[in-house]
Design a protein around this ligand. Structure first.
Ligand code: SDX
Length: 392
């Protein structure tokens, strides 16, 4: 402590905002969106309905949902110049870098939302982001693969048309229903998660009254880190490395436990959950459903299950309360559907978009909000006088 500032390296238990959107009990492994348990939403709701819930605070009536869905579907097309913007990036650029730039640029193509102020413009900006991000993510994948960017066909439905735009020619045009519902569920599971690194970033940037698009773009950048959203990509790399070195899970676990190796079990551990991440349990069962519906077996899924089993029975992980988090199994499903690992974190961003928007809007309408200004504990030298260079 120096002066009025106390340094808390745990940081995780320092509340720096109040919010009524998502509740997490990390010790018990509980997650609720606007009071609804994630397990019930995953079973009965969908990504778009949950996006409405996160933003409005209530589940929509049939009429409300149909009006919302129709409005979103009407905006899934993107401007021709916008395709040229995506195509202007090197195909080797990481998709998260392209997506972050594209989201920042959106207001330039839709001047009616350049200044996101007032309920109507906020609502339009919300709809534009929700509607266009799937198309942007799909186009970025097509661009990196040197493929044309197909027009949106919203009559196919929100998630099905995203998968068609992204994966057509990889998958047969008719995406199996089980794949569509699994993708919808995965997006829903990522929709919000309280004040995680990327959401806190969106709030910080927005607290300076940066507009919604630029605030969300900052969140996309934060999410790209391998300790955060980038973990789903890192899990696949980790599993492939284990498989390619004779698939010995115990050797890998011993390397993780050897602190000098600085190797982490990616997809395990969490700043808040000191119990099984409830989303991971749902994703794990969805993996079985998707692979079953595609008639696929997956050696990496078997390896992941073995790795989880070994870790959950090893004191090193049990004592540190390290359990699978949402990223441990998601990449295996994305890969089975046909996405390359470089697209796993963009899919996380697609899921998280409604949460970033809802949290930004909640903050902007909270009269107690002030510009983010964290303090520090000063650890540098005490005051001293300047010494002329000739005398140093
Ligand atoms: C997400 O916050 C959110 O809500 C995020 C998220 C969301 O929906 O937005 O849930 C999404 O980001 C999930 C997390 C994805 N990241 C990973 O899977 C990367 C691997 N996990 C970690 O690096 C780590 O667990 C963190 C970053 C997630 C959490 O780090 P903490 O809480 O700061 O953990 P820590 O560094 O305090 O670790 C405590 C101990 C340490 O050992 P000791 O120093 O006590 O001996 O546990 C060890 C750590 O070395 N440890 C791990 C480990 N995670 C922590 N050891 C091996 N493998 C790991 N994964």
């Amino acid at each position: 402590t120096t002066g009025d500032v106390t340094y808390d390296p745990g940081f995780g238990n320092t509340a720096n905002c109040q919010s009524g959107i998502t509740f997490i009990d990390g010790a018990e492994g509980i997650l609720r969106y606007r009071g609804y348990p994630i397990e019930e939403l995953a079973q009965h709701s969908g990504y778009l309905e949950t996006s409405y819930l996160l933003g409005k605070g209530e589940l929509p009536s049939t009429e409300q949902f149909e009006a919302f869905e129709t409005r979103v579907l009407r905006h899934t097309h993107v401007h021709e110049d916008f395709r040229r913007l995506i195509a202007s990036f090197p195909r080797s650029a990481h998709p998260m870098a392209i997506i972050s730039s594209a989201v920042s640029a959106l207001p330039g193509f839709y001047p009616e939302v350049f200044e996101v102020a007032g309920e109507d413009v906020e609502e339009l900006a919300t709809v534009l982001l929700l509607a266009k991000l799937p198309t942007i993510v799909a186009y970025v994948l097509r661009h990196t693969r040197g493929q044309r960017m197909p027009d949106a066909e919203p009559e196919n439905g929100f998630v099905r048309d995203f998968l068609r735009m992204a994966l057509h020619e990889v998958r047969d045009p008719e995406v199996p229903d089980e794949v569509v519902s699994a993708m919808d569920k995965l997006l829903l599971l990522h929709a919000d998660h309280e004040q995680n690194c990327s959401t806190a970033t969106v709030r910080n940037v927005g607290s300076a009254h940066a507009n919604l698009f630029l605030s969300v773009a900052a969140g996309i950048n934060a999410l790209s880190g391998p300790l955060h959203g980038g973990a789903n990509e890192a899990v696949l790399t980790m599993l492939e490395e284990i498989r390619d070195t004779h698939g010995d899970v115990n050797t890998f676990v011993n390397k993780v436990k050897d602190k000098s190796s600085d190797v982490r079990l990616m997809g395990f551990g969490h700043r808040v959950y000191k119990n099984y991440d409830p989303r991971a349990a749902i994703v794990k069962s969805a993996a079985d459903e998707v692979l079953g519906s595609l008639g696929m077996s997956d050696d990496l899924l078997d390896l992941a299950r073995e790795l989880e089993d070994v870790a959950l029975n090893d004191d090193y992980f049990v004592q540190r309360k390290l359990y699978p988090n949402v990223d441990f199994y998601t990449g295996l499903i994305y890969r089975a559907i046909g996405f390359p690992t470089s697209m796993f974190t963009p899919l996380f961003a697609l899921g998280r978009m409604p949460g970033w928007i809802a949290q930004w809007r909640e903050m902007m309408h909270d009269p107690s909000t002030r510009i983010a200004r964290p303090r520090q504990v000063y650890t540098g030298p005490a005051m001293r006088g300047y010494v002329p260079m000739a005398e140093r």
